[in-house]
Structures are given as structure tokens and as C-alpha cells.
Design a protein around this ligand. Structure first.
Ligand code: F6P
Length: 462
């Protein structure tokens, strides 16, 4: 078996506390890689002055060798906070209004991708298989090809690929699009994303579509397919079952004092639809006064990308909104929204999911959303909670038996909350069983094996 080299911007650096890394990418990849072994290169999370970049830090944890690189302060500002998170992220999430394009940031993005390529080059063996992840590193294969790398290189996009009219509004869309053609296998979360990508190629007259999945450009061919990412389904079931009886579980139950728990878990990000969700919850409470004091929404929202102005603004907006609703509707002994900005460890989260009657997973746009999948896996089969899911999350393509909502429709979402909280047990069980079947059929190991199987077998079409 060839050695696998994974590259992603964010790496779950092993630490002594075992704290969960932020974001679905790191969690999913780590479980998949642990089983297979390999080398994982990424950013250390540290920045330094230009003349202080040292050699790669090498660490080993279980089956995985980590190679971590620092970036300069300028790199982080231009590549990560700039082009990746103020241009690509908003555009891929259909927020052209929030995209702040600048040539300096764009140049920084390509420069850092060249830098990642230069860090990789000395580590590469002839048969190594490359798997590059997410929007930070789109140009990496093209940089490696320029340096003569002939190995098979795959790419997986964890976030949505937008419709052509949105994508093509981005300056430098041509460079971004054509650099993707340097990969052998391109993976998207859904069929819809792959078709948006294919439509962008067609609109730009870039290459020919040979069949549904194969494309040709000049002397190269590549394939693009959906590979919906999964979770460690069985492990998560066990985590949730074990959580009952822990101190946190007991404290939570005591504090609920018979009230029904509704849960939301998201990075603090404008794509997650948190303000629309709080509006919907408020509308639900106002329209259903009998439910007041009988439910509590626990919104767990770790801060994210705080140096990016749009995220900073969002932090203020959500805190104010939660405070306003609690002020308007709360009573001396009831707080409608419990809003916390800390991340919890996975076992604690699993226990809270299991305790909840309802999860609100209502992103305005999301590549997949693994919270939706984890919530389903955590449920007690005898009395499962309900998943209320945005139809604009990749997960909605698989979890068709969730209660699907349009998160822009606040009143519709409020009605769906009411319906979910009174859903008969039999219907809850039926929906849960069908969603659980989907999670068992496609867990994170299947995702990884399918992608890597396709990549390792990929031959350039003559
Ligand atoms: O899943 C999308 C993603 O952007 C990952 O690439 C990333 O690791 C995660 O969300 C968290 O974001 P960040 O790395 O910017 O903290």
C-alpha cells in the first residue's frame, strides 16, 4: 500500500488534554487516518516574523506522523484571514455581499500554497498518494506539478461549491478553477456541488466533459465525484450511551428540572444561520405560550476566526440577540436560551445530544454538517429526539427523514419546531431508523476508503 500524505490547513495537533479540535474536517480526517496511518502536514496554528520560520515540527501520535509548519504573521493575515476566509468562504457560502477581495490577499494565498509545496517536496516518495483538503489549498497540486511531482493527487472540498453565477463573480475565478484541474480525483460533498463545479468549467469553456465523472483538459484528465463525508457512527453511538451517569449529564438533567432540551451546536459563523434560528425559536415561544418554561434552547457556539471582521460583528449580534430574547421572555426561574461560547469535549456533547428532544441544525448553507449526523447517532432508539435540518446543508441530501426546513423562513421554522416537539413516538422512531441506516451505510471509514480507492486506482485516460 502506498504511503498516504494528507495536507490540510488545520491539523488536530495532539495535546495532553485531548480537547476536541475545532471543525468537522479535523475530527473526521483524524479518525479515518488513524486506521490507515500516514503523514499529515499542515499549519501549526502559530505565526511568527518572516525571518523566524523554522524547520517543520515533526510529531508522532499513534499511526500518524504530523509535520507542522509555522506561517508568518503576513501569511496568516493574507492567506487565512484574507483570501481563504474573506473571499473563498463567503463566496462558496453564497455571500457575495460579504466577500472582500484584494490583490494583496490573493497574492498571499498563492504564495502560501507555493510555500506549502516547498515544505512538502523534501518529504515526497515516488509512490506516495496525496490527499489535499479544503478551500485553503486549492492551488497546491498545480504548485506541486510545476515542481515535477507526478504522484496521484486527490482533493476534497469540505464546503459547498456554489452556482456558476456566484462563483464566476469572484475575481481570479479562472486561476482557481484551472488549478483544480491539476488534481487526479476531485471530491465534493454532494452531487449538487459537483454539478455546480462542472457548470463552472462549462461556462468558462475549460476542458471537455468525457462522461458524468471524467473531464479532459489538454494532455490531462481528471475525475470529479460526490463523496459525502460521514462520522464514526459506531463509536459515536457508544460515546452517547456511556455519557448517561456522568457528572455533567446529572448536572444538566438537574438544571433542566423536567424541561425539554433543544440543542444547537455550531462554530460562530454567519453561514450557520444562528440569528435566524434564534428568531425562529422566539417566534415559536410567542406563538406557543404553553411551551414557555417547558423547554430550553442550549446553543453551544465556540468563537471562530475572531480576527476576521465579519465574525467579530457576528459575535456581537448573536450575544445581543440571545440577551434580548432572554430579557423579553425569561422569568426569574426560566432562561429560554442558554448561550455558551466554549467548545465541549465530544463525550459531553454526545451525552447532551442524547438528552435533547430536538436539534436545530439550520445553516443557510453548509458543505455537509456533521453535527446533524452526530445528533442522530447519539439518540436512544427507544425514544429518539427529532432532527430539524436546513435543506441547504449537504446532510439533507442523505438525511431525508429529518424535518427539513428553509432557514430563511423564520415562521416556517417556528412551526416546524412546534411540530417536532409534539411528534408521535412512532414517527420519531421511523424517521430515526431511516436516518441511522444512512449513517451506517456511509460512515467516515467508507468515505475515506471510497475516495482513496478511487485515487489509488486512477489512471490518466489516454
Ligand atoms: O469544515 C470547514 C472548515 O473550514 C475546515 O476547513 C476548518 O478546519 C474548520 O471549518 C474550522 O475552521 P478554521 O480552521 O478556520 O478554524
Amino acid at each position: 500500500m502506498s504511503r498516504l500524505i494528507v495536507v490540510s490547513n488545520r491539523v488536530p495537533i495532539p495535546d495532553k488534554t485531548g480537547t476536541a479540535p475545532a471543525g468537522g474536517l479535523a475530527v473526521a480526517l483524524q479518525s479515518a487516518l488513524e486506521a490507515r496511518g500516514g503523514l499529515w502536514l499542515g499549519w501549526s496554528g502559530q505565526s511568527c516574523a518572516e525571518d523566524r520560520i523554522g524547520p517543520l515540527q515533526m510529531l508522532r501520535d499513534g499511526n500518524i506522523d504530523y509535520a507542522l509548519t509555522d506561517l508568518t504573521e503576513r501569511d496568516v493575515e493574507e492567506y487565512y484571514q484574507g483570501f481563504a476566509n474573506r473571499v473563498l468562504w463567503p463566496i462558496c457560502h453564497y455571500r457575495l455581499d460579504l466577500a472582500e477581495y484584494g490583490r494583496r490577499e490573493m497574492a498571499g494565498y498563492f504564495r502560501v500554497n507555493r510555500f506549502f509545496a516547498s515544505r512538502l517536496l523534501p518529504l515526497i516518495g515516488e509512490n506516495d498518494l496525496f490527499w489535499i483538503h479544503d478551500y485553503h489549498l486549492i492551488p497546491l497540486a498545480a504548485e506541486l506539478r510545476r515542481q515535477g511531482v507526478k504522484n496521484r493527487i486527490g482533493f476534497f472540498l469540505h464546503i459547498p461549491w456554489p452556482a456558476p453565477d456566484v462563483f464566476l463573480a469572484m475575481p481570479v475565478h479562472e486561476e482557481i478553477l484551472s488549478s483544480l484541474t491539476a488534481y487526479d480525483v476531485l471530491g465534493f460533498q454532494t452531487e449538487h456541488d459537483r454539478e455546480n463545479f462542472a457548470a463552472c468549467l462549462a461556462r468558462q469553456g475549460l476542458g471537455n466533459r468525457l462522461d458524468k465523472a471524467h473531464f479532459a483538459l489538454g494532455s490531462r484528465t481528471f475525475t470529479a465525484r460526490p463523496y459525502p463525508i460521514g462520522i464514526e457512527t459506531n463509536e459515536f453511538v457508544t460515546l452517547a450511551q456511556r455519557a448517561a451517569g456522568t457528572t455533567l449529564h446529572k448536572r444538566m438533567l438537574d438544571s433542566l428540572d423536567g424541561k425539554g432540551l433543544i440543542i444547537g451546536v455550531d462554530r460562530l459563523d454567519y453561514s450557520k444561520g444562528i440569528t435566524q434560528r434564534i428568531d425562529a425559536f422566539e417566534t415559536f415561544l410567542k406563538r406557543n405560550p404553553d411551551s414557555q418554561r417547558k423547554v430550553a434552547l442550549l446553543q453551544i457556539t465556540p468563537k471562530s476566526r475572531s480576527e476576521v471582521p465579519e465574525y467579530e460583528a457576528m459575535q456581537r449580534a448573536v450575544a445581543e440577540q440571545a440577551g434580548r430574547v432572554n430579557g423579553a421572555l425569561g422569568t426569574v426561574d426560566w432562561v429560554p436560551i442558554r448561550y455558551i461560547n466554549r467548545s465541549l469535549r465530544r463525550p459531553a456533547l454526545a451525552g447532551l445530544y442524547r438528552m435533547a428532544k430536538l436539534a436545530l441544525v439550520t445553516p443557510l448553507r453548509d458543505g455537509m454538517n456533521l453535527v446533524a449526523k452526530e445528533f442522530v447517532a447519539a439518540q436512544n432508539e427507544a425514544d429518539p429526539g427529532v432532527l430539524l435540518l436546513s435543506r441547504f446543508a449537504g446532510a439533507a441530501h442523505e438525511l431525508k427523514d429529518a424535518v427539513l426546513v428553509n432557514p430563511y423562513d423564520v415562521e416556517g421554522t417556528a412551526d416546524a419546531i412546534a411540530r417536532s416537539l409534539t411528534m408521535p413516538l412512532e414517527e420519531r422512531r421511523d424517521r430515526w431508523k431511516s436516518m441511522m441506516n444512512a449513517l451506517r451505510a456511509n460512515d467516515v471509514f467508507t468515505w475515506c476508503d471510497t475516495f482513496l480507492g478511487d485515487l489509488s486506482r486512477y489512471e490518466q485516460v489516454e
